[in-house]
Design a protein around this ligand. Sequence first.
Ligand SMILES: Cc1cc2nc3c(=O)[nH]c(=O)nc-3n(C[C@H](O)[C@H](O)[C@H](O)COP(=O)(O)O)c2cc1C
Length: 388
Amino acid sequence: MQGAINVNDIRKLARRRLPRAVFDALEGGAGDEVSLRRNRAAFDRIEFRPRPLADVAKRDLSTTVFGEQLSMPILLAPTGAGRLARSSAEIAVARAAARADVVYMQSTVGAFTLEEIAACSTGKLWYQLYLPPDRQEVKNLVSRIAAAGYRAIAVTIDTPVLGNRERDARNRLLARPPHPKVLLQGASRPVWATDFVRGRVEARRPGRPGRPVQQSLDQTRTSIKTSSDCVTWEDIELVRSLWDGPLLVKGLMRGDECDRLVELGVDGVVVSNHGGRQLDGVPATIDVLPEIVDAAARRLAVLLDGGVRRGTDVAKALALGATAVLVGRPYLYGLAAGGEDGVLRVIEVLREELDRTMALLGAATVADLDRSLVSGARVPGAPSPSER
Ligand SMILES: Cc1cc2nc3c(=O)[nH]c(=O)nc-3n(C[C@H](O)[C@H](O)[C@H](O)COP(=O)(O)O)c2cc1C
């Protein structure tokens, strides 16, 4: 971990530690992975137009979201497969987030219950909600989220069925009993395999609190068959009626739904294509961000995820109007490579890069990041690059 100076270096360490099928499960996207690649390519297309004469001797990365001060505008996205990277999974991530004072949005399909994670973390936790198939259970789940001290709920809306993850199909990752190919790959990574098996044994230990909602990969398989994760406008209304805290929807990819979300009392959105893991062919998130920011017209907090790998990416998203960004795979690489310390390292790398980028851009505060600092983005009403 010492020699790793950026997210890509940490990704390489993760790749070395994990069996191929597991790395692919974290890394891969849906279908031809067009949207997965677009998320990255679109960030690279956007250019900076710095204002170098600004006074940036002192910089402040902090920001306020839903009235709460965050040390920086980077959150950890919900990922339901942390257990594949390391058995400490969400517990390690939540502890690293607390040490770094960043928000961790916990997934419904983690390896640990929401209470277990809350008990292990002194940090700021938000909850990502996949609705239980039986809507009668929503009330109970929302009460548990509130009782455990989670501060916001994000309902994920882009997963009525699982995306077409061809890497997983080819690797036979979900076969039960496990496919010999997967077992062989596991055996070739003994450190990972020992930890994985220990985690499975621990999970079955009698006396561990029950997990009424989540079962990671098992639940994923159910959802393919039953479409039970389909979320409708009525469901958003239902959650709104049960939850007093900040409510977000995660997975918005168009601006024309903002008015209705505001009418329903939603407080924020996460512009997200699930890291290219759901509908292949959708645009890069950074390309639809300006449209959604304009449509939200300050009535909604607009967060973004998908392809953020550098502090420069964070600055681009904020300049285009994002309130904050989330990262998914980067901290999973950290988790795989170094557990809790690995996650912390990823967060600190991104913090350092954002700080440096802001200085070089002439932005002393997050509020100083505005559209004049970038060009080449898809801003509604602006001439396209070919027309300029
Ligand atoms: C392995 C993996 C598991 C994920 N699980 C969830 C999940 O349980 N719920 C959810 O809303 N999003 C999930 N996501 C999507 C992330 O929250 C986030 O939208 C995405 O990872 C952002 O893109 P990035 O990985 O390029 O940063 C998952 C992503 C990955 C890579």
